[in-house]
Design a protein. Structure first.
Lengths: 344, 344
């Protein structure tokens, strides 16, 4: 069974939960907004489910509910922020606002954050940048869970890359992890007792496997083989050595609320040409790709288009939460003594 | 049969060829250096073979041998250059030197070039950036040759991405096209009369194929499916609409000497931390990945490591040119009346 909640209702509920957990009032809005936005976009792994990881991390004392987010180093073009072991979302959001400001003045802004927990979906930050008419590019590293045949250890995290380009109809948004598939697909196969395709995973000794249970004890393969591994290594270096944050293999913490470092860049198209010309050319580009000759059932989807369609649907139909997630949320609500009238 | 030439000998020969073709003296050194560097790194597709494309383009009158490379727009952080339809290598190189200068002063520099022919291997430019102790990131778009099932047209080019990070033992360098495999592998299968694996290509009607001949008339698939396609689309937008250059589908010219736009960024690690700390952490990162538990025959290779090994080998053993490439080069040398004593 699935419970369906409206976005507003879910957001209120999450805000109350985080407030009850002593999370700084000024951060609960953006945390809840990011999580619900992921659910609205059908990226459920980074929605309420990720919120439950935060709740767990706060309860364990690993996540600091009242971080003192502070700037460690700043120049005209760059900023480095210390997240003081807080939930990563408000930390990354603060860095995002700062790079937007820099890109508006100077044309480019680059920001980074370390000493923070999970930032949720990177799409959230690059879309915020795109909302300002700027191009956003972001990366982050995560706990090592990607491996390759022959190596008896994970090597790097699924280290995502996100890019958003503004258009008049909402941004083109790419947000992708660097594993062949999301771990969720392997969990699903395990639950159904099905084999997984060759090439999705290796077991803990680095042997290719089609057994989802062995895969879950082992490591995901990098997308596109050595190409994805190469990208994931580069993301790892730039999210760690560049800013004195941990690399994938030494990221601590047990849950998926872990993160190493976070980087974001905002780029003002006006450094190269008039904004209106840029926007017009992006529009024309999308139109060209959309009108390519194709089979009746086929379609060229722009990055972020499936998520935008989902957002449009779930904004009216509500957000379906599966039993497990809903039950855990209700349990937390009851534990914290949040009353129904506080839920909305 | 294979003809082996020493790098110096090959570079001299190429310089003389380009001089004889009326290419501006001040550009022949960097053109020859980039091409030979690709051969030294075993990236033969971007070596002498690409040089032959340039020679052809110059003869056809498509490539301007004496371009007036000029700055169209420049600020403290960014620069846009017009290549005046010249070989892309000196154009991209000039942009590279400019972003290095900016990154040394300001911390970050972003540059772009349009109206240029092929830039050769992106690795060349990001390695030049890394030589200065800076991080280099570069992208470029190319003529559309990537397609997906159901679409009866190519969609985007193989639009490469390159990143270089400096280390004390030479840079970590990623330089990858966004197709599943290089077209060369399909050409090879066709020559041998072998089938190609599923997933490498679609035919010209967008139907998956294992026939290399159909594949060569059709399109390469994007690496990692929709992830690679998404990245290739983003690279296309940033290499075209952002700088008023053509996108993959409208890039003109018949040969692989075509290119849309070129972008490069130089990033000074000192915007975030002390340079020596950064370099030390990169060194320690590489060491960690190198010492992971593994099977006897397995190895974690850093991006660019196979190419660096090849460079070391070919620097002493020489560069092997296959019959086809060597014959074409000899033909050009004879046509231009270059005498043997001018070759070295």
């Amino acid at each position: 069974m699935v419970r369906v909640l409206q976005a507003d209702e879910l957001k209120s509920l999450l805000k109350n939960v985080f407030k009850s957990l002593n999370v700084d009032e000024k951060y609960v809005e953006v945390i809840a907004d990011s999580l619900v936005n992921s659910n609205l976009r059908c990226v459920d792994s980074h929605g309420v489910s990720r919120g439950l990881d935060f709740i767990n991390g706060i309860k364990l004392g690993e996540i600091n509910p009242r971080p003192n987010i502070k700037v460690l180093k700043e120049s005209e073009v760059a900023v480095l922020v210390d997240g003081d072991r807080g939930v990563g979302i408000p930390v990354a959001y603060e860095v995002t606002l700062k790079v937007v400001e820099k890109a508006k003045k100077l044309g480019v802004g680059i920001g980074a954050a370390k000493n923070l927990w999970n930032v949720g979906a990177l799409a959230y930050y690059v879309m915020r940048v795109a909302k300002e008419g700027l191009i956003g590019v972001s990366i982050a590293n995560a706990k090592a869970r990607i491996g390759i045949p022959g190596i008896r250890s994970p090597i790097v995290g699924t280290n995502p890359i996100a890019i958003a380009v503004p258009t008049e109809d909402g941004p083109i948004v790419l947000d992708m992890a660097l594993s062949t598939v999301a771990v969720g697909k392997i969990v699903l196969a395990a639950r159904k007792g099905e084999k997984i395709p060759e090439g999705w995973a290796v077991d803990k000794d680095g042997k290719p496997t089609t057994d989802p249970k062995e895969a879950l004890e082992g490591y995901l393969t990098p997308v596109g083989g050595y190409k994805g591994l190469g990208l994931a290594i580069m993301v790892d270096v730039l999210s760690s050595a560049l800013i004195d944050a941990p690399y994938s293999l030494i990221i601590s913490g047990k849950g998926p609320y872990t993160q190493g470092g976070f980087l974001i860049m905002a780029l003002n198209p006006t450094i190269f040409r008039e904004y209106r010309e840029f926007i017009e050319d992006v529009r024309s580009y999308v139109e060209t790709l959309k009108s390519l000759p194709k089979d009746p059932e086929a379609e060229v989807l722009m990055p972020g288009e499936p998520e935008a369609r989902c957002l449009s649907r779930r904004s009216t139909e509500g957000i379906p939460l599966d039993d497990g997630v809903w039950e855990q949320l209700v349990k937390v609500v009851n534990e914290l003594g949040i009353r129904p009238n506080e839920r909305s």
